[in-house]
Every structure is written in C-alpha cells, then in structure tokens.
Design a protein around this ligand. Sequence first.
Ligand code: GTP
Ligand code: MG
Length: 201
Amino acid sequence: MAFVNLKKKEVQVKIVYYGPGRGGKTTNLEYIYSKFNHRIKSEMVTIKTHGDRTLFFDFLPVDMGKIKGYDVRLQFYTVPGQVKYNATRRVVLRGVDGVVFVADSMLIRREKNIVSLKNLHENLMTYKKSMFTIPLVLQYNKRDLAEQDIPLIPIETLEKDLNGEVKAPTFEASALSGTNVVETLKKIISMTIFSLEKELK
Ligand SMILES: Nc1nc2c(ncn2[C@@H]2O[C@H](COP(=O)(O)OP(=O)(O)OP(=O)(O)O)[C@@H](O)[C@H]2O)c(=O)[nH]1
Ligand SMILES: [Mg+2]
C-alpha cells in the first residue's frame, strides 16, 4: 500500500525501474525528465559512480493531481543493476507500488535479464510482495541497436524467458531515442493508480 499522509491528504506512490546493469533504467528516467521538466518542480536526483553507473538510485518526483481528494505524488526510482549491489536494490524496493522491468535486448545480455528478473522476484518476496500481483510492465529496451547490426534477442525469446509466467504488458523500446518510453510510463502509472484506487476506497 502506498504511503498515505492523512493530515496532508497526500498519497506517495513509489514506482521502481528495475533490471540488469547497463539495461537503460537511468536513460528512461533521463528521457522522462527531459521531456516533462517544465511540469516537474523538483530536479532529478542521480548518484552515479564512474562510467555513469547508478550507485544508489536515481530519483524523480512528479505531482499527478488528485484522486478521491488526495494529492498524488509519484516517485520514480531506479536501482543499481550491477549484481554486487543487491542490498541497495532491496532498500530501494521498500514500499514499492509498481515496477517497470527494463530488459536489455542485446543477445549477450540474455542471461543477465533472467537473473535480474529472478532477483526482483526474490527481493519482492522479502517484503511479502509478489511479482505476479504487483503492477508490472516489461520494457524490451535497445531495439534501436538492430539498425547497427548488433545481435538482439528476438521478441519471442524475451517473451519466453521473461514473460512466460507473469504475463505483464510489454513494450519494445529505445530509451536512448525515447521510443515507447512515455508509453511504458503511462502504462505503469495507470496500472499502479488503478490498484491504488481499489485500496483507497
Ligand atoms: N542504443 C541504445 N543504448 C541505450 C539505450 N538505453 C540505454 N542505452 C545506453 O546503455 C548504457 C547504460 O544505460 P543506463 O541507463 O545507464 O543503464 P542502467 O540500467 O541505469 O545501468 P545501471 O545504473 O548500471 O544499473 C548507456 O550508455 C546508455 O546510453 C537504448 O535504448 N539504445
Ligand atoms: Mg542507472
């Protein structure tokens, strides 16, 4: 359940971009920020280590207007995808309301996607949450690399590897060019708000 401040009549909704290192999570948030920064009051917060890898998280707060008399504040986070940062990933997942899983379409990253999704599943379980019930969208990122003849994982394989059981909505995307970044965002917002409205009544 999202964080509800009854006094301020405010709900804080936490959406986390999850996935393997280098998959494009930070690039998604950067695109969203560059596209909507005229409507976003606060700065995007990023804590990076060398080579632009996320060390702790990236954070982007967005005000959404009201639902049922509550001001809704969306908070977007990314996790550090590198395997060694699991303790941090788990902290960032605390209180999560919705997840975008950003898969890397590069063929050489096939195994990394599978390991990362399994890791999401395990980390959600530590909070008694489930990948099968939480609002979840899968994004197959870096599809643009096909134009550079870089071998990509076919969509059917990604579906089999990652979406065989969860059956989440999916988007083929390029976070770098922005293709389907906003569509992914809109989908996770609507799924998360829908599930929240059920809880708020
Ligand atoms: N061609 C292409 N490159 C991308 C795309 N998305 C991200 N990249 C590149 O991939 C690299 C890693 O992207 P990030 O957004 O930093 O990846 P991340 O998932 O945040 O990685 P960690 O913070 O290490 O977990 C960067 O050089 C991006 O420019 C995409 O859709 N297409
Ligand atoms: Mg990052």
